[in-house]
Design a binder for this molecule. Structure first.
Ligand SMILES: *Cc1c(COP(=O)(O)O)cnc(C)c1O
Length: 389
């Protein structure tokens, strides 16, 4: 009989033989456009710290001030004795930032999705999602016990067909990323809200990558597309453009009250450190005060995308700050990523199961802090490495 570790070794060997094995690289210093990776300086083109807030002095100061006042840990779940003043202050801030009645904080975006979906749906209900939905949406849907149906990426005819045949379910919930995390394109929220209304479905938008970035006020994809009024249920993260960690849901007070009572990933977990809340408030204030940060981010993205397209590279329907460069084969994507690393550029290959087979890619993301020289340096190296392939 095989031993425990031999079985694990076989499974890992199998992943390696398919070019799908992953490992961690250790970063030193503050997250920014440049970091130290295993002792060497590197340009980062893969961070979600889009606005550079993970190392912003005002954010750090808010966190350390809160540590002095409130200590580090919160000691219990929110419903026991872990609900501290900064949690409430952050939820109030999130509600006013998103112009909603109320907000609820979760320890991560992943847990926000799991919590809200399981609280609102169960057996007898239908959840409909896009094929390219983030893993946390898929896991949330599976955990809820509701029936799950998936439509091909962006295919509104198929979404309509599914909804048209769904009248027998108790509830119908359509969940979508606002900006898709691996392709960087926008969900057709206008059409989706129309369909949700016609077929009596609820709609929920995951604004993980759009919070702080899209829309005149940085409220996300729904603001950008002018459909906020039609989407009372919205989820976001503090972990990307806001530079910290945590997830949140905003909506009517009745929704938030229900989530406090029903969302298991809110109830059965320790409240996040109060300092995390203070840092997030400072980050949101910067988003509100400095719209130029997101404008600079989107200008950087445009510069990089145009450069990539001029090299003949396939960036799919990317429209904002997430820019896939399709390579195809997982091993080729890994080779390219390793060669870039040799040039001091960190841009990891994204492979199945994160993306569909045959669409392995570099997933590039720019940040506000990148200079034009940084972007040209990446383009020059990609030019050298992709033309002699
Ligand atoms: C990153 C991400 C999440 C999870 O957020 P975390 O705060 O990192 O747990 C959820 N949904 C989408 C679309 C994401 O990209």
């Amino acid at each position: 009989m095989k031993t425990f570790v031999n079985t694990l070794r076989d499974e890992l060997e199998e992943l390696k033989s398919r070019g799908l094995h992953r490992s961690l690289r250790i970063i030193d210093g503050i997250q920014g456009p440049r970091v130290t990776v295993e002792g060497r300086r590197c340009l980062l083109f893969c961070s979600n710290n889009y606005l550079g807030l993970a190392g912003h002095p005002a954010v750090l100061k808010a966190a350390s001030g809160a540590i002095t006042r409130y200590g580090w840990g919160s000691g219990a779940s929110r419903l026991i004795s872990g609900s501290m003043r900064p949690h409430r202050e952050l939820e109030t801030k999130l509600a006013s930032f998103k112009r909603r009645e109320a907000a609820i904080l979760f320890p991560s975006g992943y847990m926000a999705n799991v919590g809200v979906v399981s609280a609102l749906t169960g057996p007898g209900d239908l959840i409909v999602i896009d094929k390219l939905s983030h893993a946390s949406i898929i896991d949330a849907a599976r955990l809820s016990g509701a029936r799950l149906r998936v439509y091909p990426h962006g295919n509104m005819n198929k979404l309509e067909a599914i909804l048209a045949a769904a009248a027998a379910y108790r509830r119908r919930l359509v969940i979508t990323d606002g900006i898709f995390s691996m392709d960087g394109d926008l969900a057709p929220l206008g059409e989706m809200t129309g369909l949700a209304k016609r077929y009596d479905a609820w709609i929920m938008v995951d604004e993980a990558h759009a919070t702080g970035v899209l829309g005149e006020h940085g409220r996300g994809a729904a603001e950008f597309l002018g459909v906020e009024e039609n989407i009372p249920l919205s989820m976001g993260t503090l972990s990307k453009a806001l530079g910290g960690a945590g997830g949140f849901v905003t909506g009517p007070e009745l929704l938030i009250d229900l989530l406090r009572n029903r969302a298991r990933s809110f109830i059965y977990t320790t409240a996040p450190p109060p300092a995390l809340c203070a840092a997030a408030i400072a980050a949101i204030e910067i988003v509100e005060r400095e719209p130029d940060r997101r404008r600079r981010l989107l200008r950087n993205a445009e510069l990089l995308r145009e450069g990539l397209r001029a090299l003949g590279l396939d960036t799919m329907e990317s429209a904002f700050h997430i820019i896939p460069v399709i390579i195809g084969d997982a091993r080729n994507a890994v080779n390219l990523s390793e060669k870039l690393f040799g040039k001091g550029i960190l841009a990891p290959a994204i492979r199945p199961p994160t993306v569909p087979r045959g669409t392995s890619r570099l997933r590039l993301s720019v940040t506000t802090g990148h200079t034009e020289e940084d972007i040209y340096y990446l383009l020059d190296n990609l030019k050298g490495l992709t033309t002699c392939n």
